[in-house]
Design a protein around this ligand. Structure first.
Ligand code: NAD
Length: 352
């Protein structure tokens, strides 16, 4: 059994990492400042509330639990917000992450799995699927802040910090119902929850709460793709975490610092996702709105993950129907709905 520090473990992806690690017999120790996360999501780890940028706090947690490795998920994730408020993203996703890595290193925690994003590649046209060797040219502060953190982590390698950076696009779905975990973002900007919530009779107050009152819109149906809509890559959260656990085992077996894409390798167009959701959720009548393309949305983004398959033995096993079905079950749950309404109420109180 290994003790593993999980930053951002009260959030969507980190909480699933704690769940899977716990099931595998490890001891997850979660640190999270609850900026966007939820205390209930820490159920599968020991929880210490605090900030990754607070070196005294992180050092205290490391001295108390003596983790053998860390998984770093803590970050802000809204691309649109990062464009409007880049300083918030560079402070949290880059500066605090750098401090966090340095503190880990000083505490002797020298194996780190970093949750990065395929947004570091930016607008890559024509070279599909994207490989880890594809040049990184982020087109928004979110992607740039994550790339800066990646690079800072790798600069610690000569001093003994071994790290695996995992880059992924669209993560969706949820753990089995008994785990009571799922994504609860406010606002919700990801395509699968935005679509699914329109198809499962979500109460109107909840749609308003997460910013989905305008219905579901397909942006652009004139891309140079077979059906004209943009093509993206979708990975089930449990497959994604399996990749993280394999990356951890790779580092614990003295693997070198490395970068892997985690993508299904199969692109789906937005229209294909809508059609799959109609079938999976029995809503053949559903018709999305169509709007012009948004700036900065490339036609095709699919992450090639052959390297993760070859080196880590990673092989995603969940289908698109699994992703949609698990997301629907989660978004129908009383826990999800109560969480979102509580977050909105607390934001309103903070404004008053
Ligand atoms: N969700 C996706 O589709 C996706 C895709 C690619 C990459 N990622 C990466 O995965 C990671 C997790 O994303 P998520 O969807 O779980 O987001 P999330 O918002 O659900 O979780 C992030 C967690 O980090 C915590 N946090 C943020 N700043 C902190 C700080 N300074 N100190 C302590 N805790 C802090 C938040 O409270 C929250 O619990 C991020 O690093 C993100 O860049 C996510």
């Amino acid at each position: 059994m290994s003790t593993v520090l999980i930053s951002g473990g009260a959030g969507y992806i980190g909480s699933h990492a704690a769940y899977v690690l716990k099931l595998a017999g490890h001891e997850p120790v979660i640190i999270d400042n609850l900026a966007t996360g939820n205390a209930w999501a820490t159920a599968f780890g020991l929880f210490e509330q605090g900030d990754i940028g607070d070196s005294d706090f992180v050092r205290g947690v490391c001295e108390k639990y003596r983790p053998v490795a860390a998984m770093h998920f803590a970050a802000f994730i809204e691309v649109g917000e990062s464009v409007n408020n880049p300083a918030k993203y560079f402070e949290n996703n880059r500066d605090k992450a750098v401090r966090f890595f340095q503190t880990l290193h000083r505490c002797g925690v020298n194996k780190t799995v970093f949750s990065s994003t395929a947004a570091v590649y930016g607008e890559v046209g024509g070279e599909e699927p994207i490989a880890e060797t594809t040049p990184t040219k982020p087109i928004n502060p979110y992607g740039q802040s994550k790339l800066d953190a990646e690079q800072a982590l790798r600069t610690l390698d000569p001093d003994g910090m071994r790290s695996v950076t995992l880059r992924y696009f669209n993560v969706a779905g949820a753990a089995p119902v008994r785990a009571k975990l799922g994504e609860a973002h406010v606002p919700e900007s990801h395509l699968i929850p935005r679509l699914v919530m329109q198809l499962i009779d979500t109460p109107p107050s909840l749609l308003v709460a997460v910013g989905l009152q305008g219905g579901f819109t397909v942006y652009g149906d004139d891309y140079p793709t077979p059906d004209g809509t943009a093509i993206r890559d979708y990975v089930h959260i449990i497959d994604l975490i399996d990749g993280h656990v394999r990356a951890l085992e790779y580092l614990l077996s003295d693997g070198e610092t490395n970068i892997f894409n985690l993508g299904s390798g199969t692109g789906y167009s937005v229209n294909e996702i809508v059609e799959a959701a109609r079938k999976a959720l029995d809503r053949p009548d559903f018709l999305p709105d169509i709007a012009p393309r948004r700036g900065g949305d490339p036609a095709v983004l699919v992450a090639g993950s052959q390297k993760a398959r070859d080196v880590l033995g990673w092989s995603p096993s969940h289908s698109l129907a699994d992703i949609l079905g698990d997301a629907a079950t989660w978004h129908r749950s009383a826990l999800y709905q109560a969480t979102v309404l509580a977050k909105v109420r607390s934001k309103e109180t903070a404004v008053k």
